[in-house]
Design a protein around this ligand. Structure first.
Ligand SMILES: Nc1ncnc2c1ncn2[C@@H]1O[C@H](COP(=O)(O)OP(=O)(O)O)[C@@H](O)[C@H]1O
Ligand SMILES: [Mg+2]
Length: 230
């Protein structure tokens, strides 16, 4: 690769990172650097268990990508969804970002530049879909969310509920996305606080598609909120 090509490639990589919408604070997150040593012993232990589970899932994902030599995994190579649950501030989003960044890196080295990984906070996603419906000028993010080779849905269950129309809207769109991904054999990583919140916020049809056969990772049994406990 000459200097010009290298420059183009670097810009392409940057473009993909931006397009993935991984929040800037997680832009360097990776399973290699996820910290399982600092802080209280018990909390470090919880993180070590969560990391080991996440690594197992990622190895299965990696195997499927390598076997298929393609980004869009087909139904035979289906990798289960990954459901990361835990209290607020227990590194759920960080772990999801580690996986998304590492997947981006893996696909880039194995498969070249045609990569689509996506990060969406569920609240933001629903707002963006609503805005696109009201305003033709805005791009609808739903097709991308359906088709991305790997999608993170962060903080599902925290999307606003209450008004019946909002619930119906959220259910309809989350159903379409989770169903499209299931049918195409595309894995989704979801993060949520706990099963009670999920039951309150999600229709059974959506819950079943997202976590029915998912690999479960719990970031915290005894872990304190790492945002406020330092
Ligand atoms: N592996 C880790 N070890 C220690 N602290 C971490 C680790 N990963 C993230 N943190 C810190 O923990 C806090 C919460 O992380 P975050 O992933 O946002 O949690 P959650 O999504 O569960 O609310 C952040 O302040 C972050 O800097
Ligand atoms: Mg979070």
């Amino acid at each position: 690769m000459n200097e010009l090509q290298q420059g183009q490639r670097r810009r392409e990589i940057e473009r993909q990172k931006r397009a993935s919408r991984i929040p800037p604070q997680f832009s360097k997150a990776s399973l290699q650097t996820y910290d399982t040593t600092s802080g209280e012993a018990k909390s470090a232990e919880d993180r070590a268990v969560a990391l080991a589970r996440a690594n197992n899932w990622f190895n299965a994902y990696k195997q499927a990508v390598v076997d298929n030599e393609r980004i869009v995994l087909n139904a035979e190579a289906t990798v289960p969804n990954l459901a990361i649950s835990g209290l607020v501030g227990t590194t759920k989003s960080t772990l999801a970002a580690c996986l998304l960044n590492d997947a981006l890196e893996l696909m880039r080295t194995r498969l070249g530049d045609d990569i689509s990984v996506r990060w969406w906070g569920v609240n933001d996603l629903l707002h963006a879909i609503g805005a696109a419906i009201r305003d033709d000028e805005r791009e609808d993010p739903e097709p991308d969310a359906c088709a991305a080779s790997l999608l993170v849905l962060d903080d599902i269950g925290r999307h606003r509920t209450g008004a019946k129309s909002e619930d119906t809207f959220a259910t309809a769109h989350l159903y379409d996305i989770s169903n499209a991904r299931l049918e195409a054999g595309l894995p989704t990583i979801i993060t949520y606080n706990g099963i009670a919140e999920l039951n309150r916020a999600l229709d059974k049809s959506v819950k079943s598609r997202l976590i029915g056969t998912a690999t479960l990772v719990e970031t915290a049994k005894d872990m304190k909120d790492l945002r406020t406990s330092r």
